[in-house]
Design a protein around this ligand. Sequence first.
Ligand SMILES: *[C@@H]1O[C@H](CO)[C@@H](O)[C@H](O)[C@H]1NC(C)=O
Length: 155
Amino acid sequence: MKMRTRFSTVLLCCLLTVCESSPSSVRGIAGQDVTLSCTYDIIKHGSSWVCWVRGALPMIGCGLQIAKTNGVSVTEESDRYKLLGRLEDGNVSLTILNARKEDAGVYGCRVQVPGPFNDEKHSIELIIMDGENVIPSVFCQIVIQYKCRINGHLY
Ligand SMILES: *[C@@H]1O[C@H](CO)[C@@H](O)[C@H](O)[C@H]1NC(C)=O
């Protein structure tokens, strides 16, 4: 009995894997177009109003939207913010033409689904890299840590 208890405390190994890959972050290159993807299930929801904002989405509505669609046609866009996806497929992705450093930051896509608190909200962080020196991006950082405790000693 005493032996068993001791054995279980003798060896303790931890394997810790941290993977920092954020699916909601997009990398663009200065001077090129970049698309922030946003889609919704048009078969389930039907054609829906969708708006894009710069920064965090407000609790309700869209605030200062940079692009908007009623689900059938584009109702608001600008010289640089375009909705080029197939709206009929529920693709309401935002394309920023000729991206600049200042475009970096958070963008929000809100799909207005009828009913209280049903809206689908997506938040995407845009990272803009210099066109000249594009460093191969490391999307995943793996940190592996081993800790072994044998007879109370950490190795
Ligand atoms: C949505 O449209 C954008 C812009 O045309 C395109 O880049 C993207 O691949 C489309 N996404 C899907 C899921 O079809």
